[in-house]
Design a binder for this molecule. Structure first.
Ligand SMILES: Nc1nc2c(ncn2[C@@H]2O[C@H](COP(=O)(O)OP(=O)(O)OP(=O)(O)O)[C@@H](O)[C@H]2O)c(=O)[nH]1
Ligand SMILES: [Zn+2]
Length: 313
């Protein structure tokens, strides 16, 4: 075969979006909406859900040949290491509920990871019908509202006149939103309300990718509108982001209530832990507005990130 004949018989590569992943199996959606099962060509083309990719047909499957530059990349925390979770997400919906009671530390970690990835966080408090637990949880979220976070009430699975879905919708429009939250907060209930056929779709994808129904680490990108402008990304069993790739010195800038006091420290390289003349420590309550618990969390996370930077430490 001549070189010329070879190039003309090579199938043209097309552009597409990774809409589902089950381990190394990927489903790519082409521009015309067609969905093709794809494999990465090599280590450098290991795409994740949300990625824009170039792919080439290969039999009735496809091969991913290139990954387009990512607008954002979120990582999940595994037992041992951080793994990529989703790319090109604009927003992370952190779902909390009246019950189970949420942990301030988990919430803070999620907010830090989102900000680090340049992804806007949106806090949603579900189960408004569960009282007085809901009102208590709403109160506990006051400090987060004070530092500028958006918090929306929701009652996605309860029978109340205003379930909060109408107020949530404008926040989802025109964006790709990843949903995360502890077990039992109502994530599946929310996904099923937003994407009525979600469960059936997931089963169909699972069949298309030839994986068993017990696969746990799968992520799915669902379009919320015909125009394919708004999407919701579901990753069942995903509870915590990985933080260990974050440089400890960046941490203060990722916590808005601490970041508010940066710039006034005596030392330019202040780590805001024990240095004299630290503007962050000077802002601690009762003299200032900064909650001592948040500063303690900052210190604990700083130490954790510093340890993670030393591979054998
Ligand atoms: N009272 C009340 N219960 C709700 C509400 N939303 C969801 N639930 C219930 O909470 C339970 C957990 O909901 P799921 O949607 O399965 O929660 P999940 O976050 O997907 O949980 P995992 O699958 O374990 O991660 C179910 O029994 C739901 O019916 C709500 O607004 N009010
Ligand atoms: Zn300082």
């Amino acid at each position: 075969m001549s070189a010329h004949a070879h190039t003309t018989t090579l199938p043209a590569s097309a552009c597409g979006r990774v809409v589902a992943s089950y381990g190394r199996h990927l489903l790519v959606e082409a521009d015309d909406g067609r969905r093709v099962r794809c494999h990465p060509r090599g280590k450098r083309t290991e795409a994740v859900v949300g990625d824009w990719v170039d792919w080439q047909p290969s039999g009735d499957e496809g091969v991913i040949t290139a990954i387009h530059p990512r607008r954002s990349l979120l990582r999940r925390q595994d037992e041992l290491r951080t793994k990529t979770l989703a790319a090109n997400v604009d927003q992370v919906l952190i779902m909390l509920a009246a019950e189970p009671v949420f942990s301030d530390e988990h919430l803070s970690r999620a907010l830090i990871a989102a900000r680090d990835a340049d992804v806007a966080p949106l806090i949603v408090l579900n189960k408004r019908d569960v009282q007085p637990a809901f009102d208590e949880a709403w109160q506990r979220l006051e400090p987060y509202r004070a530092m500028g976070e958006t918090v929306l009430p929701l009652c996605v699975g309860g029978a109340v006149p205003d379930d909060g879905m109408e107020a949530l919708w404008p926040h989802l429009q025109g964006r790709a939103t990843l949903v995360m939250g502890a077990s039992g907060v109502g994530k599946s209930t929310l996904i099923n309300r937003l994407v009525p056929g979600a469960q059936a779709q997931t089963q169909a994808i699972s069949r298309a990718l030839g994986t068993g129904r017990h696969t746990t680490t799968h992520t799915t990108w669902y379009w919320l509108d015909e125009a394919r402008r708004s999407a919701i990304v579901d990753s069942p069993g995903f509870h915590a982001f990985g933080l260990h790739h974050i440089e400890p010195r960046r941490l203060a800038s990722l916590m808005p209530d601490i970041a508010a006091h940066l710039g006034g420290c005596r030392f330019a390289n202040c780590t805001h832990r024990q240095e004299p003349g630290c503007a962050v420590r000077a802002a601690l309550a009762p003299q200032g507005p900064l909650s001592p618990r948040r500063w303690q969390l900052y210190q604990a996370l700083y130490d954790e990130l510093a340890r993670a930077q030393q591979p054998y430490g």
